[in-house]
Design a protein around this ligand. Structure first.
Ligand code: SF4
Ligand code: SF4
Length: 326
């Protein structure tokens, strides 16, 4: 309430003294009210920042806590890709043609089953682009052969989905595989793909938000390997979250699993040591694996995680090293 409003309220009071007293009284209430608003704002800001701190702390504790079981594992059945994304964090736009050997894959899945007794909630079959592997459907049968109750998601850019033959769709149907495409700003007839999925009774749900244009994220590395591994690990949304299985090795994230493509392309030598993964054939039990995944690894010193950022649009890669440095 401003002074003019208060004047408009008190003007009719016939006695000047009384009118002035009421005016002062209203002014006082008004001031008090403004102060209360300011205090309320401060409380809201404090509450919000306490809430943010709590969420941040919770996320850090979660990463450093061995989990009761594995929530999901990423398995790159193909290293290379048919889409050339800027600063891809699997380095797939730099990778040579390479597939997960299917016999090794089966052994690895079997070993994971023995260790976990089937207690892995979900498998992500991805890449690179998984559909570049002509036997993609066979990998579904192998996961389902051992893990009867786990979810299986195919994560694809969708380009090759319309080209899949009936045997692929039947494998999805029989093995209860869900298709979770990442939607990039490229021309794909999604209505047609949705129709095919519906005909085969296969679940299709976009991995990212279908209605928001995909944005490229700059994956910034510290090539000197001088970053603080604890800070990186505890601030990293991939750590102890996006586990990656690669030829019998289980990593807490996909970067060390795929760094070879970066090293070969740019003639670099970012080292992956035996302390960066757990060998599933040497691990004595599930607990040892869960404990290993919850601790920072030496490879984290090559990341600059707090500098990773969206670039505001999706871009194709020029395959130069600037995409990975600050
Ligand atoms: S971000 Fe995905 S689609 Fe893009 S290059 Fe990497 S693996 Fe391929
Ligand atoms: S290596 Fe990098 S991406 Fe992986 S957990 Fe460590 S900080 Fe995160």
């Amino acid at each position: 309430m401003d002074n003019k409003t208060i004047d408009n309220i008190v003007w009719w009071i016939p006695f000047k003294k009384l009118r002035n007293s009421v005016r002062e009284y209203l002014l006082e209430i008004n001031n008090l009210n403004n102060k209360l608003y300011q205090i309320n704002d401060k409380i809201n800001i404090t509450e919000r920042s306490m809430c943010d701190n709590y969420i941040d702390l919770y996320a850090k504790i979660r990463k450093l806590t061995p989990q009761g079981y594995i929530d999901f594992i990423d398995i790159d059945i193909v290293r290379h890709c048919n889409l050339n994304c800027y600063s891809c964090n699997h380095f797939s736009q730099l990778a040579k043609q390479e597939y997960y050997n299917i016999e090794i894959f089966e052994n690895d899945i079997k070993r994971l089953y023995e260790l976990s007794n089937g207690l892995i909630k979900k498998f992500h079959i991805l890449g690179g682009e998984p559909l570049l592997n002509k036997n993609c459907k066979d990998y579904f049968y192998l996961v389902r052969k051992y893990f009867k109750n786990s979810s299986i998601w195919l994560i694809t850019n969708g380009i090759l989905l319309p080209k899949q033959d009936e045997s692929f769709w039947l494998s999805c149907q029989e093995n209860n595989v869900e298709i979770h495409p990442t939607k990039y700003p490229i021309k794909i007839d999604w209505d047609n793909i949705k129709r095919i999925c519906s005909n085969y009774n296969v679940i299709l749900s976009f991995f990212n938000d279908e209605n928001v244009l995909k944005e490229s994220v700059k994956t910034i590395l510290n090539l000197d390997g001088t970053s603080n591994i604890f800070d990186n690990f505890t601030n990293c949304y991939l750590a102890n979250n996006c586990l990656n299985l690669s030829d019998g090795k289980l990593f807490t994230c996909g970067l060390p699993a795929n760094i070879n493509a970066f090293n070969s392309y740019f003639s670099m030598n970012i080292k992956v040591t035996e302390h960066d993964y757990i060998d599933i054939y040497k691990a004595k039990d599930y607990n040892e694996i869960l404990q290993f995944l919850a601790k920072p690894m030496p490879f984290c010193r090559y990341c600059d995680i707090t500098k990773w950022h969206g670039i505001g649009r999706w871009e194709t890669s020029k395959r130069n090293i600037e995409e990975y440095i600050d």
